[in-house]
Structure formats: C-alpha cells, structure tokens
Ligand binder design. Structure first.
Ligand SMILES: [Zn+2]
Length: 430
C-alpha cells in the first residue's frame, strides 16, 4: 500500500529541494517570515487547502520578542521586493507570520503536523565549499541565515501537502498542517496555541533534523526536551572618576562580573539535568570611568519545568546579592519561556513502529534531549485536552553544527521525513 506513497514523495522531491533553496536564499528571522509565509499560503491554496494566515492563527499578545515596528515595516517591504505573494502577504503585516493549511477528509480524528519556518541572526559563511555557496542559494539577507534547517522543515510541509492531496480519498478525518514562525528562542509556539487552532486536535507531532552520527535512520522517540528560560539582567550603578574618586562610584561592571562567575557555579540538582549560560555581557562606557551599567543575556534550562524553576530562583538570588555587594541595583527581565515537554510514550512508540514496519527506518529511542523546542506549548495544550503528541527527529548528515555559519544539512531529510509523515497520517486516519 505504501509503495505508492514512497513513489509520490520521490516525485515531489525536486520541487521540495527547489522550495528549500528558495527559502534558504531569502532567510527571514522570527516574526519577519512574511515572504516565506505568503508563499506557503499561496502553495497550500493552489493545492486546494483551506488556508488560515495571520491574525486568525496568531494571537497578537502571545508573541514574544517581537522586533521593533520599523524592523517589521522594513521586513514587509523587503518581502514584497523579494517576491512575496501579493495577496497573502498582507495578512502578515506587523509580524503575523503563522500559516495553517487544513484538509478536510470527512469523519475521523484531527491530526496536526507542525513545521517551523524561521531563520537565525547568523551571517552565512563565505567559504566556497559551503553547499549553498556552491549551488548559489546562500542567504541574500545579510546577517540572517537558515542555520538550523527550518528551510527544509518548511519545504517538507509543502511536499507533504502535495502528497496528501493525491491520497486524500484514503484519509478519514482532518489534517492541519501548522507552519510556525519564530521557533528560535521560544517565541512563536504560544501565539499559535492561544489562537485556539489546536483545541480540537487528537494527534499532534512535529520533527527536527538531527545528526546523531553513525547508524540511526530516524529518532521518532526524541521524547522530551528541556524547559528553557531566556532572560536579561540589567545592572545599574553610579559612575565616578576611576583615578580621583573611585570610592564615590558603584561599579556595575564588577557587580555583573561577580554574578557571572556565581551563576555558572549554581549547584547542579540531584533529580535531573540543568544548564545555565551567560552568552552575552556588555558593560561600561570608557577606560577611566567606573562603569554605571552592565547587561547580560542568560539562558536557563532544566530537564523539567520544576528544575528550571529551581535554577531560576538561584539566578535571581545571585543577581541580587551581586548587585548588593557593589551598591548597585539589578533588573531581571524574562524574554521567553518554553516548558519542558515529554512525549506520550505509547504514541511515540506507535509512530516509531509505523516508520520501522513500512519504511524500514531504524528507530532509536531517546528519553531526553538537552535542546529545547517551542512545540512544547502546542504539545501541552493538546495533551491537556486529551490528545496525544510526540516530537521526532529525522537523521540528516550535517556539514557543521546547528546554529553555526557553516551549517548545512543533507537534503535527503526532505524525503525521509515526508515519507514518514505521510505513512503515519495514513495509519492514524485509516
Ligand atoms: Zn531548529
């Protein structure tokens, strides 16, 4: 039965590759995916899907870390100049870049598949051996790059859309293909969830590319991800002449530097993994002045939401105590939060068995992943309403690590993932 699907996916592969390269070339970071979203909507609409785009599937208040109004305006104009769909792009104006394609196939379960579509603030390498440079599809948007393969994820969603349309007579139920903006930094999942589009979903799954090295064909048991909290700390002190009157200043740089050491020294927790990283530190104005301000950007992770809260409390204590030592104040600002997510084990196992039985994929089960994933909001909502969810990884050979300027993944991810998605949907909607 599934030989036909394998063939349909093979047939659509050149088109998926072309779409992937086009999205890669026109990389758009979180909330500015206006060209990308409009073209996805156009394609879904042309295929015959019911299309929801913009505010109808993106709750304005739930969008985290939105770029400034000028940046959004600039992105909108750039999207149009770079060939956005003139009709659909209008709905994305102001940073409403979610798209959902719905396929109605009569009575049966509602199944949602999630694809993230955003790029990162990374400047793509100029190394001539970098595959996108060789093939002429490197990002033309300076400082923005698909360095996590979400270009492939978006293209796989459109490939799947085409295949499903060709086999829709066999499906019973409703398919929702969810194209999510602003996955990086945990900014977009909540906005889609709060729109209510997932409230009738019985099954939800999503996938990420992954290179585990070695033998794994697929990891449909990427069962959990860490709770991640993104925050800023802003120290304020008092400037003074560093030579004549250092005693009159309150040194914000020293307060923050003290905090950095202590933050990295927060005791680990006995009940599970935790992480902390101060990834950005900026302080002071010039050489001979006691610094009156300092800034740091932090990433706090815990295997569970409770462990994340444990770390977060310690962080606040360290920040405040360090500020106090130097007579400074500190403001703690949360910029984004992703709860931890645990897949439904039997559901994850079921999907793994489907991939193994019909496609011969070797399934590796993984209980915890130290990455974090914005799909967690969606999974939480679907689970809380009685649905089943899992998150998967499909193997792809990387040229370099995710989030590096040299990142590239093998395009066979497209076929591998879409074959799995299509067969899984057939089984869930028999
Ligand atoms: Zn990613």
């Amino acid at each position: 039965m599934y030989e036909e699907i394998v063939k349909l996916v093979d047939d659509v592969t050149p088109e998926m590759i072309a779409i992937r390269r086009d999205f890669h070339k026109h990389a758009e970071v979180g909330w500015t995916e206006m060209r990308t979203a409009s073209l996805i909507a156009r394609k879904l609409s042309d295929l015959g899907y019911e299309v929801l785009i913009g505010k109808e599937v993106c709750d304005a208040e739930s969008r985290a870390n939105l770029p400034s109004e000028e940046e959004l305006e600039e992105a909108y104009n750039r999207a149009i100049a770079q060939g956005a769909d003139p009709e659909f792009v209008k709905a994305t104006k102001g940073g409403f870049t979610s798209v959902v394609g719905i396929l109605h196939c009569g009575e049966g379960p509602t199944v949602a598949v999630r694809f993230d579509i955003d790029a990162l603030y990374i400047t793509e390498t100029e190394n001539e051996n970098h595959f996108p440079n060789k093939e002429g599809f490197a990002s033309i948007n300076k400082g923005q790059m698909h360095a996590c393969g979400h270009d492939c994820h978006a293209a796989s969603g459109l490939g799947l859309a085409k295949v499903l349309m060709q086999i829709k007579d066999r499906l019973k139920g409703t398919v929702k293909l969810v194209f999510q903006p602003a996955e990086e930094g945990g900014q977009g999942g909540k906005a889609i969830t709060e729109s209510g589009i997932l409230d009738d979903v019985n099954f939800l799954f999503g996938a990420h590319n992954t290179d585990m090295g070695g033998n794994f064909e697929v990891l449909p048991g990427l069962l959990g991800s860490m709770a991640a909290r993104k925050c800023d700390a802003v120290f304020k002190g008092k400037s003074a002449h560093a030579g004549i009157a250092p005693h009159l200043g309150n040194n914000a740089l020293l307060a923050a530097a003290t905090a950095v050491q202590s933050l990295h020294a927060i005791p680990r927790h006995g009940r599970g993994a935790t992480r902390i990283n101060v990834g950005k530190f900026v302080a002071g104005t010039t050489r001979n002045v006691i610094a009156d301000h300092a800034y740091m950007g932090l990433d706090i992770r815990g295997e569970t939401s409770e462990l994340n809260e444990y770390m977060n409390k310690k962080v606040k204590t360290v920040l405040e105590a360090s500020a106090m030592m130097y007579g400074c104040t500190v403001e703690y600002i949360q910029k984004g939060y992703l709860p931890s997510v645990i897949s439904d084990f039997p559901f994850a196992e079921r999907l793994g068995e489907i991939c193994n039985k019909y496609l011969g994929y070797r399934v590796h089960k993984m209980v915890m992943n130290s990455g974090s994933e914005d799909i967690s909001y969606m999974m939480d909502r679907v689970k809380s309403l009685g649905g089943q969810t899992t998150f998967m990884g499909f193997h792809s050979k990387f040229a370099s690590n995710n989030h590096s300027p040299e990142f590239d993944l093998n395009e066979d991810y497209l076929q591998r993932s879409v074959k799995a998605f299509a067969v899984i949907l057939c089984e869930l909607m028999k």
